[in-house]
Design a protein around this ligand. Structure first.
Ligand SMILES: C[S@@+](CC[C@H](N)C(=O)[O-])C[C@H]1O[C@@H](n2cnc3c(N)ncnc32)[C@H](O)[C@@H]1O
Length: 283
């Protein structure tokens, strides 16, 4: 038995087939198949959102990005939550609350936590009485998850999940990390039922000049240095640079509308240090 499969067995993290009955997850034959690595070049074509012109040349795209993201989160998983809270000066807690409030779903709703990582939002969804399912492509992040919910090791861009099987979906700080945002939006529109809700949280860049300068200094100087001391130099140099992957609010709203969402709202949090996209799956 390979190292990866031993770890999965030990941790109780499910590949797609084990929890299909409980959570509407369909069969997938293996991690590689679910992760879409082989399909990455096709993915890029699907929405064109990550054209090289928009993204800094030093940042990976397509299949290279999928692998880089997986390796990076595997490497920082153990301290991810603590370092995240420290580097956001504790603000991530409030942002996550706002993300879940915006869902406006009732107790018992089935909600997918896309790119759930160590299960921060998954836990909070459960605490609010919702039935959460987490999905992430980093085994390391899932092994460090403290959520009492089904967790699926798979790529959200080719998720082995049934159509319309969720009342809603959330994601926290994941939009920058996926290799094709257009495809992610289409997948969310597929798995969320008509009338269902999505609330997608990520970092942003403030517009107000003074706040923008402070934010820039924090991201470009403090985050890489603190990240290097507390966790992993390479990862915490990449994370601030990854903001360049995010499309403008206008482009993102268009992607969501094209995928099948209506009433798309873009909400700035903490002056734009983070941002939220909220929308309803059209009927
Ligand atoms: C910054 S972490 C966020 C974790 C968690 N959502 C949170 O709020 O703290 C980004 C996560 O996105 C995951 N990820 C990136 N692309 C993904 C994809 N295509 N499918 C599933 N997970 C993905 C990474 O493995 C990583 O765990």
């Amino acid at each position: 038995m390979g190292k990866a499969s031993r770890m999965e067995k030990a941790s109780g993290i499910e590949k797609a087939s084990g929890i299909e009955k409980a959570s509407g997850i369909e069969k997938a034959s293996g991690i590689e198949k679910a992760s879409g690595i082989e399909k990455a070049s096709g993915i890029e074509k699907a929405s064109g959102i990550e054209k090289a012109s928009r993204v800094r040349p030093s940042l990976p795209t397509g299949a290279a990005k999928v692998m880089a993201v997986r390796e990076m989160f595997d490497a920082i998983a153990g301290r991810y939550e603590a370092v995240n809270t420290l580097l956001s000066l504790g603000m991530d807690r409030g942002w996550r609350r706002r993300c879940l409030d915006a869902l406006e779903l009732t107790e018992g709703s089935r909600v997918l936590d896309v790119a759930c990582g160590t299960g921060n939002l998954t836990r909070e969804l459960n605490q609010r009485g919702m039935r959460a399912v987490g999905i992430d492509l980093s085994l390391g992040m899932l092994q460090n998850a403290r959520a009492n919910a089904p967790l699926l090791l798979a790529d959200a861009l080719s998720a082995p999940l049934r159509d319309a099987s969720f009342d809603g979906a959330v994601s926290g700080f994941a939009l920058r990390n996926v290799s094709d945002l257009g495809l992610l939006m289409s997948e969310l529109a597929r798995v969320v039922r008509p009338g269902g809700r999505v609330s997608l949280l990520d970092l942003g860049q403030p517009e107000q000049p003074l706040l923008r300068l402070g934010h820039r200094l924090w991201c470009d100087y403090a985050v890489p240095r603190l990240g290097a001391v507390l966790s992993n130099r390479q990862a915490y140099s990449y994370l601030p640079r990854s903001l360049a992957y995010l499309p403008s609010a206008h482009d993102m709203s268009r992607l969501m509308a094209r995928a099948g969402f209506v009433a798309v709202e873009h909400v700035l949090l903490s002056g734009g240090v983070s941002q939220l996209y909220v929308a309803t799956r059209h009927l």
